[in-house]
Design a protein around this ligand. Structure first.
Ligand code: HEC
Length: 98
């Protein structure tokens, strides 16, 4: 019995860790004004292209900005109130953009 309970708990925790690209797509609406609808970037906003990038790289960039290890005062207000899961979902979605 105990074995079954822990197996269920493991499955639950693995599925909550999963990235949800569909949720990421919704969150990405906040980013379009600077990075463009396809992640192509926008010169006038000095926002780089983020499409075609690995999900782990996008995720790490977001974490570094939030921690202040990378400084980006223009973008920080848009990402600082998002959760770690939001970062994962965003990264999953952005990495699908071509
Ligand atoms: C107000 C404009 C603005 C908004 C809105 C914005 N960004 Fe950015 N973003 C920037 C700028 C400018 C940079 C370049 C920062 C630097 O100098 O490193 C950047 C950099 C990035 C990078 C790092 C790219 C790289 O190659 O290192 C990622 C990833 C990123 N943004 C994701 C996002 C996501 C996801 C959102 C939405 C939640 C978002 N941005 C919203 C302006 C913006």
């Amino acid at each position: 019995m105990k074995g079954i309970v822990s197996a269920v708990l493991i499955i639950l925790s693995v599925s909550t860790l999963a990235q949800d690209a569909a949720k990421g797509a919704k969150l990405y609406s906040k980013c379009i004004s600077c990075h463009g609808s396809q992640g192509e970037g926008k010169k006038s906003m000095k926002a780089p292209r983020i499409s075609g990038q690995f999900d782990w790289y996008i995720y790490k960039s977001l974490v570094d900005f939030k921690k202040g290890e990378r400084k980006n005062p223009t973008m920080l207000p848009f990402i600082k109130n998002l959760s770690d899961q939001d970062y994962k979902d965003l990264s999953a979605y952005i990495s699908t953009l071509k």
